[in-house]
Design a binder for this molecule. Structure first.
Ligand SMILES: *Cc1c(COP(=O)(O)O)cnc(C)c1O
Length: 296
């Protein structure tokens, strides 16, 4: 299996007519390029959990997720790479046809355990999973080690150059890590990929080293909800690719870049701003689209 290669990370300048008109510079930190499966923020969020599991001589990483969770696949692939066993606790009954995500996780040797939505949300798990050799990683890699790992994404750019850092948000772990690592004068903004996720601000704050620090959450670019999309979004993703050569995905990064261009159009950023967008990976999320929808 291919190793994660951080030297593949690039910082790509994205030229776009709206940005030119508003005198705004946009660079994209391409962490999607480190690995085809464990791409982007998932590897960064997992790195310290895996280090800790190995140090404590655990044999197995146990984590939770939905049937389409990038975190589940990334965990399975990372564990295979580090010779750890992996168990995925999957929300809901076992479906008749397994999702591409679950099949891929199994191909990396992950053992899947299905639990009811109720038990999943109440964090109830079978007794046998509570084993001294098992190391637990929360849903989406949420937790302080996950945020600390995400902080190290900014070691791959010269962060002092930027006035704003923007990322897409699921659990908020990556956003918290970026806020912790950014200097106080940098404005950090998260674009939520979910509809009406009102507990997000609280969950991000739980992971901050400095509780009082300010950050922005924008809830207006979910396109109907998590993993929902429409032709306005896919048309934008195609035109953004044509202009910049940067591929994005329908769940996370497409919505992030759409939001950045739209916010720029609405004068959200002062002229002269120097933006850094985090490309957090997730391109496999486009696999569910019918062929020909995207040009990349
Ligand atoms: C999982 C994922 C996220 C969400 O990260 P959180 O730390 O859970 O907020 C963002 N972008 C991509 C591409 C992802 O796969």
């Amino acid at each position: 299996m291919q190793a994660v290669d951080l030297s593949h990370i690039t910082i790509d300048q994205a030229l776009h007519p709206v940005l030119a008109e508003k005198n705004i510079n946009l660079c994209v930190l391409r962490t999607d390029k480190i690995h085809p499966v464990i791409s982007g923020n998932k590897w960064f969020k997992l790195r310290y959990y895996i280090e800790d599991a190995l140090k404590n001589r655990k044999t197995t990483l146990v984590t939770k997720g939905g049937a389409w969770s990038n975190h589940i696949v990334a965990t399975a692939a990372a564990c295979k790479h580090y010779n750890l066993r992996s168990i995925g606790i999957i929300r809901g009954e076992k479906p008749e046809n397994l999702s591409a995500t679950l099949l891929e996780a199994m191909s990396y040797g992950m053992e899947l355990v299905y639990i009811s939505r109720k038990d999943f949300s109440e964090n109830k798990i079978a007794q046998w999973l509570n084993h001294p050799e098992h190391y637990f990683v929360d849903y989406g890699g949420y937790g302080n080690p996950g945020a600390d790992g995400a902080s190290t994404m900014l070691e791959h750019c010269n962060k002092a150059e930027y006035s704003h850092i923007l990322c897409t948000v699921g659990s908020g772990t990556m956003l918290a890590g970026l806020i912790n690592a950014a200097s106080p004068q940098i404005i950090v903004t998260g674009i939520s990929s979910m509809k009406n996720n009102h507990s997000l601000e609280y969950e991000v704050r739980q992971l901050l080293k400095n509780e009082k620090i300010a950050f922005n959450l924008v809830h207006d670019y979910h396109f109907g909800g998590f993993a929902k999309h429409n032709t306005e979004l896919t048309t934008f993703m195609n035109s953004f690719y044509r202009l910049t050569n940067i591929p994005t995905d329908i769940v996370y990064t497409g919505k992030l870049l759409f939001a950045i261009i739209d916010l720029a159009q609405k004068d959200y950023f002062p002229p002269g701003s120097n933006l850094l967008a985090i490309h957090s990976g997730g391109l496999q999320g486009n696999a569910s689209l019918s062929k020909g929808t995207l040009i990349f």
